[in-house]
Design a protein around this ligand. Structure first.
Ligand code: G4P
Length: 540
């Protein structure tokens, strides 16, 4: 590789930041995304993301389902420039459309932004997504949102994060007042106070006044009680709180915390500036060749998500690939690690919301969309040069289970084909009973929508109408050591054993309580909520 290309890749990696937002519905993810794009100059007036959404609803027929339910099934990647940095925001589906894709997207993210509603604190979906980030050890930045509304005490929220998530916190900025009296934030490192002015709907960047903490004017600008409250809080934070430790942040053990209000733009710019400074740049990845740095000369990447029918005019599939090393170029011919085939990547797409622009090149940390002529499965590696294979993507613990029946025997073949393809695509997990006489597949999903998508697509793409019979389980655990380990413990109570599509044992439980009970009765049995990736690609 030429020195120029090496330098080019290095420079591009240095200026890239990639992240996903993890949050519970309604915490303000759409609003924050919109405001980040506003500051990034990618849109000129906030409201556009929502407007795009509405527009899309009007034009798209995949999904008729989207229209009916007023939700967005497709997740996208938003790319924008800010302060000479190239930012990639991996948008995770998060509402009623919560699915395994939400988890998988996190395997392509280098950083996560945990968005919390100040009035609610940690919520279930945030906790689940946090667990995936923790498993990957990626940096987590916390944005506490909606300070323009009454909420919980900031110190109490920090405590909740520390206790429940076992994550150290460092408040990078600190709120002054809350609700109607939210005046702004103190930037603790610069020791400057950012006082904000409310704009009508926060559609433009917020105007703010920056004053030194030591400035005598402060006492005039702030009401007395807010001023003293700030002084007290700071004494406490400086006195007992830890210092900001960037290494701990990068290891995912400490979270920098920001307070603000996405809706009114309070604190968004400050957050963005700090995020760019502290976030991890695209780094090394574990592979069959050991740890490979992003500046490794050859191109490589892995598939983290497959999406069918994004564009109703072309009933195609798009494979989303996270670039890990080298430079991606349009029309490149790559090798496909699992099958050994060569694939020409002729129609790469850059992704901005639903629009598809064609793309000429991409670098580590970027995501590209490739039309998938059926060769790609979740976790596949593509590469040029020496063969390389990335670890793959695990199966995440499903929470909803249902038997899928095909009432029409003449449609058996289509049914089987559809199930296999949808499983390979990662639309849903498939499990089977260990009882050979029960051959109907069990669908296992993390969100209800996955069932609906599977039934919809089986009917529309494979011509098979199916029946769904819900099962009363809500927890799945894989067994470390497989069947051998399971046989050793003998008969188990209050659980049902199934086989996943790799033939590995999975235990299903009705509730967490039964799971805990079994763990207590059989401490020698090691159960995991996330299935190991080993051999994941070998059966597809
Ligand atoms: P989500 O994507 O995480 O689900 O949340 P979204 O941004 O859609 O925000 C959920 C609701 O919270 C929206 O109100 C939004 O305006 C509001 N919100 C977001 N950030 C803030 C904030 O900083 N302060 C306040 N007070 N509200 C905030 P909505 O009434 O559901 O929708 P809309 O009518 O405002 O569009």
């Amino acid at each position: 590789m030429s020195t120029e290309l090496k330098t080019e890749i290095y420079e591009e990696v240095e200026r890239r930041r990639n992240f996903a937002i993890i949050s519970h519905p309604d915490a303000g993810k759409t609003t924050l995304t919109e405001k980040l794009l506003l500051y990034g100059g990618a849109i000129h007036e906030a409201g556009s993301v929502k407007a795009r959404r509405a527009q899309r609803k009007a034009t798209s027929d995949w999904m008729a389902m989207e229209q009916q339910r007023g939700i967005s099934i497709t997740s996208t990647v938003l790319q924008f420039e800010y302060e000479n940095c190239q930012i990639n925001l991996l948008d995770t589906p998060g509402h009623q459309d919560f699915s395994e894709d939400t988890y998988r997207t996190l395997s392509a993210a280098d950083n996560a932004v945990m968005l919390i509603d100040v009035a609610k604190g940690l919520e279930p979906q945030t906790r689940k997504l946090f667990e995936v980030c923790k498993m990957r050890g990626i940096p987590i930045f916390t944005f506490v949102n909606k300070l323009d509304r009454p909420g919980r005490e900031p110190l109490e929220l920090l405590d909740e994060i520390e206790q429940e998530l076992n994550l150290q916190t460092y408040a990078v900025n600190w709120p002054i007042g809350m609700g109607d009296r939210f005046k702004g934030v103190l930037d603790r490192q610069q020791q400057k106070i950012h006082l904000f002015e409310r704009s009508a709907h926060g559609s433009k960047e917020a105007a703010n006044t920056i004053v030194d903490l030591g400035d005598a004017k402060i006492e005039e600008l702030l009401e007395q009680d807010l001023y003293y409250q700030l002084k007290n809080d700071l004494e406490l934070l400086d006195g007992v709180g830890p210092e900001l430790d960037i290494d701990l942040v990068h290891q995912g053990k400490m979270t920098p915390v920001f307070f603000g209000s996405a809706m009114t733009n309070f604190g968004v710019e400050l957050f963005l500036n700090n995020f760019l400074q502290y976030a991890l740049k695209p780094g090394s990845h574990e592979s069959s060749l050991g740890e490979v740095p992003p500046t490794y000369p050859d191109f490589s990447g892995f598939v983290f998500k497959l999406q069918a029918n994004m564009d109703p005019k072309h009933r195609d599939r798009v494979a989303f690939i996270r670039v890990c090393t080298g430079r991606f170029e349009k029309d490149m011919t790559v090798s496909h690690a699992r099958t050994g085939k060569t694939v020409r990547l002729s129609r790469p797409q850059k992704l901005f919301a639903q629009e598809r622009e064609s793309l000429d090149e991409a670098y580590p940390g970027d995501v590209i969309g490739l039309n998938n002529p059926g060769v790609f499965a979740i976790g596949d590696t593509i590469y040029t040069g020496k063969k390389i294979e990335y670890e793959g993507i695990p199966y995440f613990s499903p929470e909803l289970f249902a038997i899928l029946r095909n009432p029409n025997p003449s449609k058996f073949k289509q049914f089987q084909k559809g199930i296999t393809e949808l499983r390979e695509e990662g639309a849903v997990q498939i499990m089977y009973s260990v009882d050979e006489s029960k051959r109907d597949p069990v669908l296992a999903a993390v969100g209800q929508l996955q069932f609906e998508v599977v039934q919809y697509r089986l009917e529309n793409e494979y011509g098979v109408e199916t029946l769904l019979e819900p099962l009363p389980y809500s927890v799945a655990r894989w067994v470390e050591g497989g069947w051998e380990a399971l046989e050793k413990v003998g008969r188990l109570f209050n659980t049902t054993t199934m086989k996943d599509s790799m033939g590995r044992p999975v235990l299903l439980f009705r509730n967490e309580w039964n799971t805990t009970q079994l763990q207590q009765d059989h401490p020698e049995l090691k159960l995991t909520a996330i299935a190991p990736v080993s051999g994941q690609t070998s059966t597809s």
